[in-house]
Design a protein around this ligand. Sequence first.
Ligand code: ADP
Ligand code: MG
Length: 586
Amino acid sequence: MPIHILPEDVASKIAAGEVIERPASVVKELIENAIDAGAHTVHVEIRQAGRRLIRISDDGCGIPADEIEVAFARHATSKLDTVDDLEHIRTLGFRGEALASIAAVAQVTLTTSTGQSQVGTRVRVDGGEFDRPEPIAHPRGTTIGVENLFFNVPARLKFLRADATERKHIETLLTRYAMAYSGVRFSVENDGRLTFRSPGSGDLRDVLIQVYGLSTAQGMLFVEAGGGEHQVCVSGYVSPPDEHRATRSEISLFVNGRWIQDSSLAYAVEQAYHTLLPQGRHPLAAIKIDLPPEEVDVNVHPAKSEVKFQRRDAVFRAVQRAVRSALIEQSPIPTATGPAQSWGVDGWQERREALIGASASQAAATQATLDLISSAQSDSRWEGEFEAGATGQAKLPPLRAIGQIGRTYIIAEGPEGMYLIDQHAAHERVMYERLLAQHEASDVPVQTLLEPLAVELTPGQVDEMALWLDGLHALGFEIEPFGPNTVLVRALPALLARGDVRELLVGIVDELSLGEEPLAEDVHRRIAAAACKQGAVKAGQTLSAEEVRGLIEQLEQTTSPRTCPHGRPTMILLSQGWLEREFGRR
Ligand code: ADP
Ligand code: MG
């Protein structure tokens, strides 16, 4: 075939393919136009997941009658003039492609009025052909109906997914714009049924209530940090550490009002939860990042859903810091709720039978053996460890230690009720913060072994350890490779110098080999978390009354007393109210 220029209608369908991939892309472009037009109310009507009809009405500025036809031309826009303007883009659209693309692959009816006179104008565009404009009554604003999407591009039609999937894409999109523009009232009608509505109050939390439900939204923590040398403002809401999801898809990020997909910024949010969230779980977040437009290039992606930052590190750090400080300042203690543990008379009978029928070991575990430890049982191994720690503002209410149960949990009393504290998790937290503080002060007390100890590892473990060697040295481990499957340990941090060194080391290496590779600045935290997991008092160890008290005192000194470095809670509160309810006093 000789080289030839494609006919206009082929070229326009190819170009449209870049922008309009599925019904949700039409919705996206039209919503962006409505927002750019200054709309306060945007109504979206969908039939058959958008294949049959997508109709979007807004109360924005409208389009003057004599500009309607040109608005449908390719590269026709009112938002940009020169290349320089691209540097200060404040609108969502700027390429002048959307209306042209949509009109190339669907039948479009546009009705619009600038509000100057009582009459508006209606035009139909079918496969790029214009009907004569007619005058028609329409309030200020614009309504665009898009029918039979891809009617003339069967290939695209074939690739559309099930209706439910396409609808889901549209709804997700709507919730994102509602979050980014909490002052705009959005509503969505699917086949005649109202499926989403945002109040347009200007308060992001009101939108989150619609998206996540009242109790989740109310529990979310407010994030706000701003200015700084690079003028990066971060605001929004994030979930507390006890609310999490299996995927990252509930982390929504907006840059200057634009929803963006950016896995490294999502990672910055997750990094802020470091040690607060269980492994493999992800937070919910709606984070707005605002910065001067010349600091971001928005013209790097066909759907404009990715951006490039001039100073990516500064943005990354600003997000991470803002979220982290919100978490540390506002995280609540998990509280037992709901009637799950309350047995009525019938339930109790079943419960009893289950207990009697259960195997002896299960029964022993279920029947919480209350082990009030007397000082006679004192075991001095932990004494040194538990003396009062570094100074710091106590983030816990004052707690009165009562005792230990099941050799695993500590019972304590506080102003709000009864606290059950996981001794391992709590001690992990205490050691972790201490070790990091020593490291930051470049003063890690080290215990040198009388004789270097050769520890045998698998070749895989030796390789893994080699990756972490510098960090391990910085934290007080003196370790050197010694043959293909042996390392020589000469010293270790004094905090960890008890128990079996080999077991400690193997445990640390195994722990480090899990999970993603951390950022340079997180290496020490990862190692410290792994080391303290191995070094902390275990479940099943009896603690003396002094040890119990000491542990609580030290926990009170930590900055994040409510979770262990791996994100499990260190304590559960059984509130006064809950106890009263469960005992039928209220
Ligand atoms: P872009 O948004 O990139 O400018 P579009 O093809 O989406 O390109 O729209 C072309 C032009 O049509 C816009 O620049 C705007 O002037 C006008 N327009 C489109 N939709 C609306 C609307 N809902 N309200 C007012 N003007 C609109
Ligand atoms: Mg547009």
